[in-house]
Design a protein around this ligand. Structure first.
Ligand code: ADP
Ligand code: GLC
Length: 501
């Protein structure tokens, strides 16, 4: 289906209206790649002619940053909040129209979007994210903002998933819903006794509805009720239909058959562009790689690493959790050090992993540098200055840092799983010969497999011409959001045709 067809679903000449519903958006609120996607995909779709808006919870950072916000409707009391209003403003930077749910009792508090400062989940997350879905459904049902009614409600991850149940079951609407699974491991599970807070029919309080092993699952609201489900890579779409990756929901996913598909994420090529990046020591591109060498020297100096030209400078920018397979790097540390790798790690997460990396830094001063923390500009400097970026995940729906690596000539070393397998071509002999190789991949989730693959990379780096070829092949990949945005628009058009048939 052509994009122009996709833009005319209802009446000729009227662009398709798309409402993205999400719990985070870069740079206002970010815990991971979801925020990057929510910042970039709607803008790319708007550039292709769609009429796109975003719906966000009114966390303090959102209320403070959204520009020109004005009230659209007074929603009154719901989900425990006495005063709920819907505001409409614009995203700073892109001017994308954004609806903000102003519910001070539920959202205006210091801490993360899902967790209190002490790391515990907010005790009222059910109400906080049910409200997000509820408002999305009211926008679709045309009683929240009759001036703008979406054709498509696109909900991201469990936080927004209730929108799909409310659209399907509660409110009459012509809108179709699309649900994107960014990470099936986070499901939004709540005690069943909170069911009555949702105001849904009791027949849905069963395994055929939202019940998941005696709990109430927001993820299931998306998986069961969305008109279509996408994941953020084609490989992950296949994986989540299996017992190994299905997190107990593979049966539900298989049950949706062809209504599940994968669209590979893009990257924001304005934010992640080595030719214009204001955060890095010297700008560069595939034709001016001397700039990258300057970034590498600056990074070694900044991190206190030995100014070694021959070392393989490997970085990790990641949540430090078991998903990311970061423990494999720790276990492979002796071999990595023996082969002359320098390792710089930036991340936060599991306290045991944080402590283990701190100890590795102490043990290998000048060769291992660890920064426990979250820092966007520093992440750009790490990715620009390194030779390799390691992403040894146990599972990975898409993964963005290997894509940032490709764009910056920083060769990815990945486990071949999920979106990592879809985005990195291993430098085996055939791929090198045919000029297709972009990185290194390994299969087994073991330190040995990781170390053996790192050894192949170290050997190839000694062949400077081949290594530069690998870098340039990665830098030449089309990674922008243009293609995925087009794919989502075509999908919406198909889904609308089916829904309105
Ligand atoms: P996930 O969403 O599973 O964490 P992704 O690779 O999709 O993984 O996205 C992670 C995003 O978070 C990337 O933009 C990455 O650069 C960023 N990120 C992760 N950890 C840090 C950190 N400690 N400092 C800065 N950015 C980080
Ligand atoms: C999730 C996944 C990650 C993906 C990101 C954006 O956080 O863990 O693999 O890249 O969402 O879709």
């Amino acid at each position: 289906m052509s994009v122009s067809a996709a833009l005319k679903p209802a009446s000729p000449g009227v662009p398709m209206r798309v409402l993205h519903v999400a719990a985070e958006v870069f740079p206002l609120v970010k815990t991971g790649g979801l925020a990057d996607v929510v910042a970039a995909l709607p803008v790319a779709q708007a550039q292709q002619g769609a009429d796109v808006r975003l719906l966000l919870p009114g966390y303090p950072a959102v209320i403070e940053s959204v520009q020109g916000a004005h009230p659209v409707i007074d929603i009154g009391a719901c989900f425990g909040a006495l005063r709920v209003r819907l505001l409409l403003g614009r995203m700073p930077g892109t001017a994308l129209p954004v609806y903000v749910i102003d519910a001070p009792y539920l959202y205006r508090r210091a801490g993360g979007p899902y967790q209190a400062p002490d790391g515990d989940e907010w005790p009222d997350n059910l109400q906080r994210f049910a409200l997000l879905g509820w408002v999305a459904a009211h926008l679709a049902a045309d009683d929240a903002d009759p001036a703008w009614v979406p054709d498509i409600v696109h909900a991201h991850d469990w936080h927004a998933a209730m929108a799909c149940a409310f659209v399907a079951e509660h409110l009459p609407t012509r809108a179709a819903s699309v649900f994107t699974v960014h990470n099936l491991a986070f499901q939004g599970l709540f005690p069943m006794h909170d069911w009555s807070l949702l105001g849904l029919a009791s027949r849905l309080m069963s395994p055929a509805g939202l019940e998941f092993h005696g709990q109430l699952s927001f993820m299931k609201a998306g998986l069961k009720f969305a008109d279509h489900i996408t994941t953020v890579s084609p490989n992950y779409a296949r994986e989540i239909a299996t017992h190994e990756f299905g997190c107990g929901l593979d049966g539900v996913i298989r049950g949706r058959g062809a209504a599940v598909s994968g669209i590979l994420n893009g990257i924001d090529d304005v934010v992640w562009n080595p030719a214009t990046d204001p955060a890095i020591a010297q700008r560069f591109d595939a034709e001016r790689l001397e700039g990258k060498a300057a970034c590498r020297r600056a990074l070694q100096a900044e991190l206190g690493l030995q100014p070694d030209n021959d070392a393989m400078l490997m970085v990790v920018v990641s949540r430090l959790t078991s998903q990311k397979g970061i423990d494999l790097l720790l276990a492979a540390m002796p071999e990595l050090m023996a082969m002359g790798v320098q390792l710089a790690v930036q991340g936060t997460g599991d306290p045991a992993l944080e402590a283990a990396f701190r100890m590795a830094e102490q043990a290998h001063k000048g060769r291992v540098q660890v920064h426990i923390g979250y820092d966007e500009a520093r992440a750009h400097r790490l990715i620009a200055g390194a030779d390799m970026i390691a992403v040894p995940s146990r599972f990975e729906p898409c993964g963005l840092t290997q894509l940032y690596g490709l764009r910056y000539g920083t060769v990815p070393l990945v486990r071949q799983v999920g979106g990592l397998a879809d985005t990195v071509v291993d430098a085996d002999e055939a791929a090198l010969r045919e000029g297709r190789a972009t990185g290194f991949g390994f299969d087994a989730a073991t330190a040995r497999a990781l170390a053996q693959t790192a050894q192949r990379a170290v050997a190839l780096k000694r062949q400077a011409e081949l290594w530069r070829g690998l870098m340039r092949q990665g830098m030449g990949q089309a990674l922008s959001w243009a293609q995925p945005a087009r794919a989502y628009l075509a999908l919406y058009a198909d889904v609308l045709v089916q829904r309105r048939a």
